[in-house]
Ligand binder design. Structure first.
Ligand SMILES: Cc1ncc(COP(=O)(O)O)c(C=O)c1O
Length: 372
């Protein structure tokens, strides 16, 4: 039985874009018909290209700067093992960061004895950027941040972070899973060394695909995870040597769900046609409305509101007699509205598929729930 959902939770899981769904399904259908007859060695060799081309346009960088993977976490792990900060070095991040942004580094630190330094956050899950920057010193090997924090939508200035990181010889690694597809990103101008993003949130792809960017410096790294695709000619298979490609594809190591990649490429191309600046404006205007309607009801918005630090993720503190988990569940069960319960807040994260009437619907539904 079908259900009409109002998905206002792109920070969780997108309603897959129709073009991504179709491309992914078509690829699966072709495999189910004829295996390698319909997806041959050449197709497999070039399997990453549509996504690399689309992502390069979205990030204003070159195709050779882009690599594809199955998840943001797997990419981050390969980067962390590649960098492998030593015992005398430290890794700087924030306590508010999504665990997958930090865990790969904690795992490496467990091995090498490197120090992991995490900046604190306040009762609104806000991290003062100066608290992160203040942890950076001459022994910092890597600064790793989530461009937009998942719980409250706080956005960091990448340029500011890359400048400070580089001033001590550290690299800046950015998890853009909560920003790419929502916030315009100029990868080269940001100064970031690594940018990675999962595909199933703001980029509106399916599960099973992710995309990354490497600066010239980061392209010198030897990936922590390798496989047959790590050799520059993937079909020249000899296990007695491994010649890594010079470009970012050196971080691609094996087969992926190529349909998911094609789908993500199609979704990104669709977004490029709309224009990322226009999407950002649209998303912000929806989040403005969330802030306005919450405030007019006396509900506290805990996300940053100033233009330099906000995003389309808006978190609302429920009235003290209510629990966020209960409200979120009832919004879904009784009204078909998807928002997320994060850190005791109601997290709303609208995107291009949403319009202002759906934000209105969220609040009239919330009124009914809060009334009884
Ligand atoms: C900032 C951030 N990074 C990474 C992830 C997980 O990405 P993946 O499932 O591709 O490993 C999430 C998921 O919520 C996230 O919010």
């Amino acid at each position: 039985m079908g259900h009409e959902w109002t998905n206002l939770s792109y920070a969780n899981v997108a309603t897959t874009s129709a073009v991504a769904h179709k491309a992914s399904r078509n690829w699966e259908d072709s495999l189910a018909r004829g295996g390698a007859a319909e997806f041959d060695a050449d197709a497999e060799k070039l399997g990453m290209m549509p996504l690399r081309v689309a992502a390069a346009k979205l990030l204003s960088c070159h195709i050779s700067d882009v690599f594809c993977g199955s998840s943001a976490t797997a990419m981050m792990s390969s980067i962390a093992w590649a960098v492998m900060p030593s015992k005398s070095q430290n890794i700087v991040s924030s306590r508010a960061a999504f665990p997958s942004t930090v865990y790969p580094w904690s795992r490496v630190a467990l091995e090498t004895g490197a120090e992991v330094r995490l900046a604190p956050y306040n009762e609104n899950h806000y991290t003062d950027p100066r608290d992160i920057l203040g942890l950076i010193d001459n022994n910092t090997s890597v600064v790793v941040i989530s461009h937009v924090e998942y719980a409250n939508g706080q956005r960091y200035n990448l340029r500011e972070f890359s400048k400070v990181a580089h001033s001590v010889g550290a690299i800046l690694v950015v998890d853009a899973t909560q920003s790419m597809g929502m916030v315009p990103i100029d990868a080269v101008a940001s100064g970031a060394d690594v940018i990675i993003s999962s595909g199933y949130k703001w980029l509106r792809g399916t599960y099973g695909t992710a995309v990354g960017y490497l600066s010239p410096e980061a392209k010198k790294l030897v990936p922590g995870i390798v496989g047959f695709r790590s050799n520059e000619d993937i079909w020249d298979m000899r296990s007695d040597r491994m010649n890594l490609p010079e470009d970012a594809s050196r971080f691609e190591f094996t087969t992926l769900h190529f349909g998911a990649l094609r789908g993500l490429a199609a979704s990104i191309e669709e977004m490029l046609e709309i224009g990322i600046e226009r999407i950002w404006e649209h998303d912000l205007s929806l989040s403005d409305m969330v802030v306005e309607l919450a405030s007019s009801r006396g509900l506290e918005v805990t996300s940053p509101k100033d233009d330099d630090q906000r995003s389309a993720i808006v978190s609302i503190r429920p009235p003290s007699e209510h629990h966020s988990a209960e409200i979120v569940r009832r919004l879904q069960d009784e009204f078909g509205i998807l928002v997320t319960d994060r850190s005791g807040m109601i997290r709303v994260s609208p995107h291009i598929d949403n319009d202002h009437s759906q934000i209105e619907f969220l609040f009239t539904s919330l009124d009914k729930i809060l009334a009884n």
